[in-house]
Ligand binder design. Structure first.
Ligand code: FAD
Ligand code: NAD
Length: 477
């Protein structure tokens, strides 16, 4: 091992591994230390995203969706599948194989770019030194001209709901069950609650989500969130809002969850997921003498360029302010690497898409209508329902809509909100439009292939001026 690098990255999630690879591409001598071990105790770079987040959840969402479509949709298309059966253990093993391929891919990328990958725990010391406790048992202190902290986040726990292996679990546990619970409770109807609730509901569980807030998906556009809530409830997800959990206890009938929503209630479930948010992994990250500044919630304090309070030390990803999203962390990693190499680079925080991978999916970028109203910005809105899209009808995926919001004076696109099939892919077009500073007229004048779901984005832009072709009558803004 070298005892000095240009850059040491602590954490090999989507923020850290991307930063390390970009540093190496720019000719910087780079090491990346990460402490994740898989179920067999083997080092597995990729962080939460690859090991216990984005990828495993999307694998199970895809598998469970296929199962649900075979059961409920195939027959409506004249396909009669005999005896569709479910092997959850096999489904989970398939998900684990995908994860192993991808984490192995990161190790290979490190090798090919010459990033030195160290399996163990890193701690920041004063003067940009890092103490590394390797999983081999060895301890080393190495120095670097630059340190990038990319230590990510971990699930928030509730004091009143202690976890119990395989029964009361966090998201990681709920991605590993090899049987379907009959009655599943989920505390928190946020992104994880909805995605994992969808997985297990499609596989046959009866799912109840207890959400403390009165407002469903407070961060999303109200019109779409309300429409989504209705659809999820129709699908059978029992979503209870304004429900504050008081505690749990084991009874002969399973786990009893006591909650309040004006009155006192209790429900019994067989298994329970706690999905009430995530917190940064910054405890013990820096020695006290290093004097790294954290905010009151434990996030590393950074400016818009991810510079911390210490010269030469950057922090990126879930461990710093902003949305806890893989692509946000990765872009911060690229920005920091390029700035270390002396280039001009920045992240456009105004054009970062959010996606919830339910069915239908919800995706958005930019401002919601409520945010525009609160900011006193005069805007125009165009909405196009998927029910009027030929492709969506052919797909039997007519739920949802596209909404485009543009500045009333300049027509610049300020936000795009999509509820519907393929929203996670469609939103990329809106991100590109916003990144290029497009007007709604630019989208309206773009030729979209037919028949595609993208035409709904085109029509929503046309709807701003009441000229959507496939809407029966002009809509008032
Ligand atoms: P992490 O991915 O958490 O990686 C940090 C790494 O640093 C970990 O390997 C950790 O073990 C290691 N580490 C921590 N401390 C130390 C230390 N002192 N020394 C050495 N190593 C250390 N986001 C999306 O954008 N799309 C999705 O679809 C999505 N789905 C998700 C589904 C689930 C169930 C969950 C839980 C999260 C999901 N996320 C999703 C969020 C996404 O996983 C995170 O935003 C992302 O992983 C953050 O990347 P990161 O690199 O900052 O941190
Ligand atoms: P979240 O913030 O999305 O949702 C947590 C929910 O739990 C909130 O609605 C909150 O009001 C509720 N809650 C908090 N305390 C509660 C309590 N005591 N009782 C009942 N409800 C309570 O967080 P999450 O779903 O845990 O996800 C964590 C992070 O991971 C998110 O920030 C998200 O960005 C990221 N993530 C992203 C994706 C994606 O991009 N598709 C998927 C999963 C996770």
């Amino acid at each position: 091992m070298n005892n000095s690098y240009d850059v040491i990255v602590i954490g090999a999630g989507p923020a850290g591994y991307v930063a390390a690879i970009r540093c190496a591409q720019l000719g910087l001598a780079t090491a990346c230390v990460d402490d994740w071990l898989d179920n067999d105790g083997k080092p597995a770079p990729g962080g939460t995203c690859l090991n216990a987040g984005c990828i495993p959840s999307k694998s199970l969402l895809e598998s469970s969706e296929l199962y649900a479509r075979l059961q409920h949709e195939a027959a409506t298309r004249g396909i009669h599948a005999q005896e569709v059966s479910l092997d959850v253990a096999e489904m989970i093993a398939g998900k684990d194989r995908i994860v192993a391929e991808l984490t192995g891919g990161i190790a290979a990328l490190f090798k090919s770019h010459g990033v030195e990958w160290l399996s163990g725990r890193g701690q920041l010391l004063p003067g940009r030194e890092v103490r590394i406790s390797l999983h081999s048992g060895e301890q080393q202190t190495v120095g670097a001209k630059h340190v990038i902290l990319a230590v990510g986040s971990t699930p928030v726990e509730l004091d009143v709901v202690p976890l119990r292996e395989d029964v009361i679990v966090d998201s990681t546990g709920a991605l590993a069950w090899t049987s379907v619970p009959q009655r599943l409770g989920i505390i928190g109807a946020g992104v994880i609650g909805l995605e994992l609730g969808s997985v297990w509901q499609r596989l046959g569980a009866s799912v109840t989500l207890l959400e403390a807030q009165e407002t469903f998906l407070a961060m999303a556009d109200r019109q779409l969130a309300d429409a989504a809530l209705k659809l999820y409830r129709q699908q059978g997800l029992d979503i209870r809002l304004d429900a504050r959990v008081k505690g749990t206890r084991e009874t002969a009938d399973g786990i009893e969850i006591a909650y309040q929503d004006g009155g006192d209630h209790a429900i019994s479930v067989d298994r329970l997921v706690v999905a009430v948010g995530r917190r940064p992994c910054t405890e013990g990250l820096a020695a006290a003498e290093a004097e790294l500044l954290l905010d009151e919630r434990g996030f590393v304090h950074v400016d818009e360029f991810c510079e911390t309070s210490l010269p030469g030390v950057h922090a990126i990803g879930d461990a710093v302010r902003g949305p806890m999203l893989a692509h946000k962390g990765s872009e911060e990693g690229i920005m920091v690497a390029e700035r270390i190499a002396g280039q001009h680079s920045e992240v456009n925080y105004g054009a970062i898409a959010s996606v919830i991978y339910t069915n239908p999916e919800i995706a958005w970028v930019g401002k919601t209508e409520d945010a525009l109203k609160q900011a006193g910005i005069d805007y125009r809105s165009g909405v196009f329902p998927f029910a009027a899209s030929g492709r969506a009808r052919a797909m039997q995926a007519t739920d949802g809509m596209v909404k485009v919001l543009s500045d009333a004076a300049s027509d610049r696109v300020l936000g795009v909100h999509i509820l519907g099939a393929g929203a996670s892919e469609l939103i990329g077009q809106a991100v590109l439009a916003m990144e290029f500073g497009a007007s709604s007229e630019d989208i309206a004048r773009t030729v979209f292939a037919h028949p595609t779901l993208s035409e709904a984005l085109h029509e929503a832009a046309l709807a701003i001026d009441n000229r959507a072709i496939h809407l029966g009558k002009p809509r008032r803004n």
